[in-house]
Design a binder for this molecule. Structure first.
Ligand code: ZN
Length: 128
């Protein structure tokens, strides 16, 4: 008996126009939310950017100053400067610079090490 009543309520609800409107609006809101998530996904923050945001800005400035002396060594970026290249290779090199700075190495040491490992030191900064 009870089961039958419940079933009838559902059946009635399914035909109820107000409920259809609610479902329709709910669907639109879900769609808008999905689009919002999708648009956020279009501008992903790389792990490096997220990490960099938590770091000391003066350290990041020092990393950029050193990276700016190099051309990205990956060979696929059209000789972009290492401080602006967004490829994983550039990210790895900058991470190495960051790590070396934190370890207390002097910029000249780091520049020499990066140049030995990856090359790409811009000619105007060439150490000879
Ligand atoms: Zn690159």
């Amino acid at each position: 008996m009870l089961r039958k009543v419940t079933f009838q309520n559902k059946a009635n609800a399914r035909r109820h126009p107000a409920l259809l409107v609610v479902i329709f609006i709910g669907g639109i809101m879900l769609f808008a939310y999905a689009m919002h998530l999708f648009q956020q996904g279009l501008q992903p923050q790389s792990a490096e950017q997220v990490a960099a945001n938590k770091l000391d800005p003066s350290l990041e400035a020092a990393v950029s100053a050193i990276a700016a002396k190099f051309i990205c060594a990956c060979g696929n970026c059209g000789d972009k400067s290492l401080d602006v290249c967004t490829c994983p290779n550039a990210s790895k090199e900058r991470e190495m610079i960051r790590h070396s700075l934190k370890a207390g190495q002097r910029p000249e040491q780091i520049i020499a090490t990066i140049n030995d490992l990856y090359g790409g030191l811009k000619s105007e900064f060439n150490i000879k």
